[in-house]
Write a protein that binds this ligand. Structure first.
Ligand SMILES: [Zn+2]
Length: 144
């Protein structure tokens, strides 16, 4: 097991890399790497400060190093769906009674989590299998 300083460096580098890939470089993200999150299975969390492009990413001390990348991508993806979620919850509040609204909101939250989980795995997979440039050009040509 690497020491804490090395682990933090890995997290910082991973964050910077994926912020670029996901076009989220304008965000100022503070990482908190000694988080004790509950429930235990949860390895990451992101707190988003609305409208000012600031966020706090918490990575659990229990998160294994081989899973850091997946957690960082997942948490970053939350920034991309955040405006949609905000709009949705606001509209939901206006149009439904609180109890109905909560059931719908919970359902959408679960679907959002599942979507982001799958996307994070897809990004990782794509990173592993660097697709050759000519192959990409070929696929684009075929779609036209
Ligand atoms: Zn999540």
């Amino acid at each position: 097991m690497k020491d804490v300083k090395d682990r933090n460096a890995v997290i910082e580098d991973t964050l910077e890399y994926w912020q670029k890939i996901l076009r989220l470089s304008e965000w100022k993200i503070e990482t908190i790497t000694n988080a004790h999150l509950h429930p235990k299975e949860k390895w990451g969390e992101i707190k988003i400060f609305d409208n000012i492009f600031r966020a706090e990413m918490h990575i659990s001390t229990l998160c294994p190093e081989e899973d850091i990348q997946e957690v960082v991508i997942h948490e970053l993806l939350h920034l991309l769906t955040f405006p949609i979620r905000q709009f949705f919850y606001k509209t939901l509040q206006e149009l439904t009674r609180p109890q109905e609204g909560k059931i719908i909101a919970d359902e959408v939250t679960a679907k959002d989590e599942k979507l982001l989980g799958n996307l994070a795995l897809s990004f990782l997979e794509m990173k592993k299998q660097r697709i050759p440039k000519d192959e990409i050009a070929e696929v684009i040509k075929r779609q036209k």
